[in-house]
Write a protein that binds this ligand. Structure first.
Ligand SMILES: CC(C)(COP(=O)(O)OP(=O)(O)OC[C@H]1O[C@@H](n2cnc3c(N)ncnc32)[C@H](O)[C@@H]1OP(=O)(O)O)[C@@H](O)C(=O)NCCC(=O)NCCS
Length: 148
C-alpha cells in the first residue's frame, strides 16, 4: 500500500475505532494472512460553498441548513487496496462502505456521503456516483458528494 495509507491503518484506525470516531472495514483473503485493502467510514458535516459545481436538483436533496450552509453527511475517509489485491478490489470496498452507510441511513437518517480526493481520482469516484463540489480550502484536495 501507499505509505500514508499504511500509516493510517497502523497508527490511527484502531485508536479512532476505540473512540467511536470511525469504522474501518478490512478485506482479508481466505488464508487471512495479508490485507487486501480497507475502507474507513465516519461522519463529517459538509459546508457547501456558494460557488459549488452542483445542480439545483442535487442541492435540494442534500438538506442543507439555510442559516449555516451546512449539511449532515457521512464520510468515506480512507479507501485503499494493496498491490497484491485484484484490480477492482477498491470498488468492492466502496460497495461495502455504501452498503453500511445505507444501513445507517435507514436507522438514523442522512442521505449524503462525502469524500476528499486528489484531482486524478475525480473520474474514478465519478464512476461511483460522486460529483465534485469544490476544492478544499488549501486547494490540494477536491470535495465530492453522492446521495444514497
Ligand atoms: C483508488 C483505488 C482504491 C481504486 O481501486 P480499484 O477500484 O481496485 O481500481 P483500480 O486500482 O483498478 O483503479 C481504477 C482506475 O483508477 C486509476 N487510479 C487509481 N489510483 C490512482 C491514482 N492515485 N492516480 C490516478 N489514477 C488512479 C487507475 O489507474 C485505474 O484506471 P484504469 O482503469 O484506466 O487503469 C486504488 O487504486 C488504490 O488503493 N489506490 C491507492 C490509494 C488511493 O489513492 N486511495 C484513494 C485516496 S482518495
Amino acid at each position: 500500500m501507499e505509505s500514508d495509507t499504511e500509516t493510517f491503518l497502523r497508527e490511527k484506525a484502531i485508536e479512532m475505532e476505540r473512540r467511536d470516531i470511525s469504522r474501518t472495514y478490512i478485506g482479508l483473503p481466505s488464508d487471512g494472512i495479508s490485507i487486501l485493502g480497507y475502507v474507513t467510514v465516519s461522519i463529517k458535516c459538509l459546508r457547501v460553498p456558494d460557488d459549488n459545481c452542483l445542480s439545483n436538483k442535487a442541492l435540494e436533496k442534500m438538506n442543507i441548513d439555510g442559516a449555516t450552509g451546512i449539511a449532515q453527511s457521512y464520510l468515506i475517509g480512507q479507501l485503499s487496496r494493496s498491490k497484491d489485491s485484484p484490480r477492482g478490489f477498491g470498488s468492492v470496498l466502496m460497495e461495502v462502505a455504501l452498503r453500511q452507510l445505507t444501513v445507517s441511513k435507514s436507522a438514523v437518517g442522512c442521505r449524503l456521503v462525502r469524500l476528499d480526493c486528489y484531482e486524478e481520482l475525480i473520474p474514478y469516484y465519478g464512476g461511483h456516483g460522486f460529483r465534485p463540489i469544490t476544492r478544499n480550502d488549501d486547494g490540494t484536495l477536491n470535495q465530492m458528494m453522492r446521495l444514497i
